[in-house]
Design a binder for this molecule. Structure first.
Ligand SMILES: [Zn+2]
Length: 205
């Protein structure tokens, strides 16, 4: 972006920034409105039609609370963290408390199938022929989780990658360390090494 562009975008953002001081808000103090109702008979006849001082203060609070655009900054949060593939990112174990078994990332939810309405209403579904989706079926077993991670994306279709994965599992089996979190951690590490790109979590290439 050139200096010229920066200047013009600054100018346009200023143009769209609301100016809080220019908003005309002047709440009527309680004492003044009650004094008015005492001296004006019409106000006493239909008090419910008069805005109370409380309501007016509420409006002015809302105006004050509106953030002016472009003045606050937040750390960048990648939308890619919403994909199951985030499990392959080196930050995953640190950032996701549930580990590789977290239901947010490791599940078998069918986005095209309706949720059971009894369960959505916090009830219990006792209908064994119910055709809808139930919470109890959303979690994956440890084996299915490791299979999901192992075969995910393009790398999972490459024979060399799959052979390497088999070798790792065999090695861990020999070491007597087949704890799911440990295997998942090793699978994620192996995949990062294989694709040689820590940020390539979707495995599309
Ligand atoms: Zn049901």
């Amino acid at each position: 972006m050139s200096k010229m562009d920066l200047e013009s975008s600054d100018a346009s953002s200023e143009e769209y920034s609301p100016e809080p001081a220019a908003v005309p808000v002047s709440p009527i103090p309680q004492s003044q409105s009650s004094e008015t109702s005492r001296t004006n008979l019409a106000d006493d006849l239909a008090p419910e039609l008069q805005p109370t001082a409380e309501q007016q203060v509420g409006v002015s609070e809302a105006v004050k609370a509106t953030p002016s655009s472009g003045t606050t900054f937040k750390p960048y949060e990648s939308v890619l963290k919403n994909f199951k593939g985030y499990r392959f990112h080196p930050d995953y174990p640190r950032e996701v408390q549930g580990g590789y078994r977290s239901l947010t990332f490791s599940h078998q939810i069918d986005p095209n199938k309706e949720l059971c309405r009894f369960e959505v209403a916090r009830g219990v579904c006792n209908d064994s022929s119910c055709e809808y989706q139930h919470f109890r079926d959303m979690a994956v077993s440890d084996d299915a989780l490791l299979l999901q991670m192992g075969l995910n994306g393009k790398p999972g279709t490459i024979a060399e990658y799959r052979q390497g994965l088999r070798d790792i599992l065999q090695q861990m089996r020999n070491d007597g360390n087949l704890e799911t979190e440990a295997v998942a951690t090793r699978v994620a590490q192996y995949r990062r090494d294989f694709v040689q790109d820590r940020s390539n979590i979707l495995g599309l290439i």
